[in-house]
Design a protein around this ligand. Structure first.
Ligand SMILES: Cc1cc2nc3c(=O)[nH]c(=O)nc-3n(C[C@H](O)[C@H](O)[C@H](O)COP(=O)(O)OP(=O)(O)OC[C@H]3O[C@@H](n4cnc5c(N)ncnc54)[C@H](O)[C@@H]3O)c2cc1C
Length: 220
């Protein structure tokens, strides 16, 4: 499904795990097929509007999981963070058009924007992929061990606050600016906040990447 679904179905959380301070993976038994990169709507009751979350689990996994961080002044995330496995949530079937493929690609993410790329990796799409993940703090490289195992030297980590061995100091844009190995034929997937997505898109275009090869998922 690519158009946003309106119907939500009731399900039970089978996973509720704080993987880093204020950052959680929650999951429930998967009832639908999906294409890695797609999202679901998730709500905590039938009255208040749900929010959208990229799926972060593999497309053959028994559980369907999402990754979120608490927005202190937000409506849903503080409440979802206080829930437990066994609690009821309301979710939609997967949907969206941010589709991972076998085609060679750069995956470019900031913060929780790593979620769809974890789904792509866990679904066996790691061949011919290069990933750059930008975060503020060193404990925000979610699923870092899996990306190191799956992508090896094609996994680049950028931390804006602190340097560390094996981690580039700074934001993703200077890192991308410095690269001279961008192929016009590769796909460029960008996921995260709007300002980063626009900055990275413009940078890629300035490096000669055709607009049609830039695929963006913006978290708003
Ligand atoms: C396609 C897509 C995929 C996404 N995937 C993920 C994901 O995988 N992980 C993830 O963590 N997030 C993801 N998001 C973001 C997610 O949907 C929520 O927006 C986020 O979790 C915050 O939800 P909330 O209810 O806690 O906050 P909200 O109540 O939605 O508030 C979010 C922020 O906006 C501010 N705000 C709210 N209302 C207003 C207003 N009227 N005027 C000005 N400011 C306002 C709040 O103060 C807060 O800082 C995705 C979004 C999209 C569109």
């Amino acid at each position: 499904m690519s158009t946003p679904p309106t119907e939500l179905f009731k399900t039970t959380l089978t996973r509720h795990e704080e993987i880093s301070p204020g950052v959680f993976v929650v999951g429930f038994i998967r009832k639908h097929d999906f294409i890695p990169g797609q999202a679901i709507k998730l709500g905590i009751d039938e009255i208040n509007p749900p929010r959208i979350y990229s799926i972060c689990s593999g497309n053959q996994d028994d559980e369907l999981c999402v990754l979120f961080n608490i927005k202190e002044d937000g409506f849903l995330t503080p409440k979802l963070a206080r829930m437990c496995a066994g609690d009821t949530v309301y979710v939609s079937p997967p949907y969206g058009t941010f589709f991972g493929t076998e085609h060679p690609a750069w995956w470019i993410a900031t913060g929780t924007g790593i979620a769809p790329f974890r789904s792509m990796l866990a679904s066996g799409m790691g061949q011919n992929k290069k990933l750059v993940h930008g975060v503020r703090h060193l404990n925000q490289f979610y699923f870092g061990n899996e990306f190191t195992d799956g992508l090896g030297e094609n996994y680049f980590r950028c931390c804006s606050a602190k340097p560390m061995e094996g981690v580039l100091h700074g934001r993703v844009t200077p890192f991308l600016e410095s690269r001279t190995d961008f192929s016009r034929d590769w796909k460029y997937y960008i996921c995260g906040q709007a300002s980063m997505a626009v900055e990275v898109r413009d940078l890629l275009i300035s490096k000669g990447i055709p607009f049609a090869n830039i695929i963006t998922e913006i978290y708003f």
